[in-house]
Design a protein around this ligand. Structure first.
Ligand code: KDG
Ligand code: MG
Length: 402
């Protein structure tokens, strides 16, 4: 089965998605997601200008060799653009391999190790009461795990709180919107939110929170400690993870489980965090961390140290990534949880898929491959619209992490 052609499809059914479609001489096609929020065209160009010409004529079955060719063969290794492009090729090739075998991808990856993939949804509101009300909606939908994000008194906006509720999309204007951040205002709200949530929702539901990189290590240690009485499932991205050793400080102060890695693109970003058991969940994804091939390597390393997976699954990861992630989750022994932010009806129409939600779990379905396709005629009706993620400034005007 040789690669005959490949092309990049950019579409914006409500938000931008970049998809790689590989066609083979057998007539089978494979799909990979190449979406990097706010940097979509950089990956599209990397694929069209540098990767696709090198794929034509190659054996589509040689997934590992093609991965090594694209990784080792790029002198300028790693980075989100390169690794997202590699991921798109890798996922498309796994899709092809499974389709050729006539099997759902999870069977090719070793078979199911569980009956379903536990997911968490996003409850958010302008204040604590509204967030709790939203969380009740998620409980009623059958979710076993819910992320809680609430507005912060005195801040006009904060990460994770949207007016659209189910469909949070932070990328908006052509140039980044500037938000204001205050750690002093934020810090007391999260323990209050969790206290109110436990009172209202009980203890039979997992509760999560995303700090979105906004604290210093010692502030993160303090927040983790204050949340301990409410037994959070995890505290996500408490501080930026460029300095992996800084997580030692957080660990010294709290037993609240830590989840890190949605912005990671390689095993090297997570090596120390995993080997020193500084985190509990690794959030790297199929799309930004080099595809199924590389994510399996990260998960295998994590398994040695008791770290479980908790893949990123925001709406800027297309249904193609969600489909591939679910096959990975179902077949990975140290799977922990999968993020699931629902896509809009428009997006679901462009990407028909076999996965389904049932009683708090997602199931990838049994269609051959990863089970997600693209309606290219419909995709063409939604042309690319430039959009950027926001930036943050502190109240004194200095730049901060968004
Ligand atoms: O594009 C950025 C989003 O993917 C990110 O802000 C979402 O932090 C996020 C999450 O946990 O889903
Ligand atoms: Mg996050």
């Amino acid at each position: 089965m040789k690669i005959k052609s490949a092309r990049v499809v950019v579409t914006c059914p409500g938000r931008n998605f970049v998809t790689l479609k590989i066609e083979t001489d057998t007539g089978l096609t494979g799909l990979g997601d190449a979406t990097l929020n706010g940097r979509e065209l950089a990956v599209a160009s990397y694929l069209s200008d540098h990767v696709i010409p090198a794929l034509i004529g190659r054996d589509a079955q040689a997934i590992e060799d093609i991965w090594q060719y694209l990784y080792r063969g790029a002198y300028w290794r790693r980075g989100p653009v390169t690794m997202t492009a590699i991921a798109a090729v890798d996922v498309a090739l796994w899709d092809l391999k499974a389709k050729q075998a006539g099997l759902p991808l999870y069977q090719i990856l070793g078979g199911a190790c569980r009956t379903g993939v536990m997911v968490y949804g996003h409850a958010n509101g302008a204040n604590i009461a509204e967030t709790i009300e939203e969380a009740r909606r998620y409980q009623a939908m059958g979710y076993k795990a819910i992320r809680l994000q609430s507005g912060v008194p005195g801040l006009a906006s904060t990460y994770g709180v949207s007016t659209d509720k189910l469909f949070y999309e932070p990328a908006s204007a052509i140039l980044p919107v500037e938000n204001l951040w205050s750690t002093v205002k934020y810090l007391p709200t999260v323990p209050r939110l969790f206290e109110a949530a436990r009172e209202a929702l009980g203890w039979d539901v997992h509760l999560l929170h995303d700090v979105h990189h906004r604290l210093t290590p010692i502030e993160a240690g303090r927040l983790g400690k204050e949340l301990e009485p409410y037994r959070p499932f995890w505290l996500e991205d408490p501080t930026p993870a460029e300095n992996q050793a800084s997580f030692r400080l957080i660990r010294q102060h709290t037993t609240t489980p830590l989840a890190v890695g949605e912005v990671f693109n390689s095993i090297w970003d997570a090596k120390q965090l995993i080997e020193e058991q500084l985190i509990d969940y690794i959030r790297a994804t199929v799309v930004h961390a080099g595809g199924v091939t590389h994510l399996r390597r990260i998960a295998t390393l994590a398994d040695l140290y008791g770290v479980r997976t908790g893949c990123h699954g925001a709406t800027d990861l297309s249904p193609v990534s969600m489909g591939a992630a679910l096959h990975f989750d179902l077949s990975t022994p140290n799977f922990g949880i999968q993020e699931y932010m629902r896509h809009t009806a428009e997006t679901d129409a462009v990407f028909p898929h076999a996965y389904r939600f049932e009683a708090g779990d997602l199931h990838p379905g049994d269609a051959p491959g990863h089970g997600v396709s693209i309606d290219e005629d419909l995709a063409a009706k939604f042309p690319y619209r430039p959009a950027s993620l926001p930036v943050n400034r502190l109240e004194d005007g200095s730049m901060w992490n968004w």
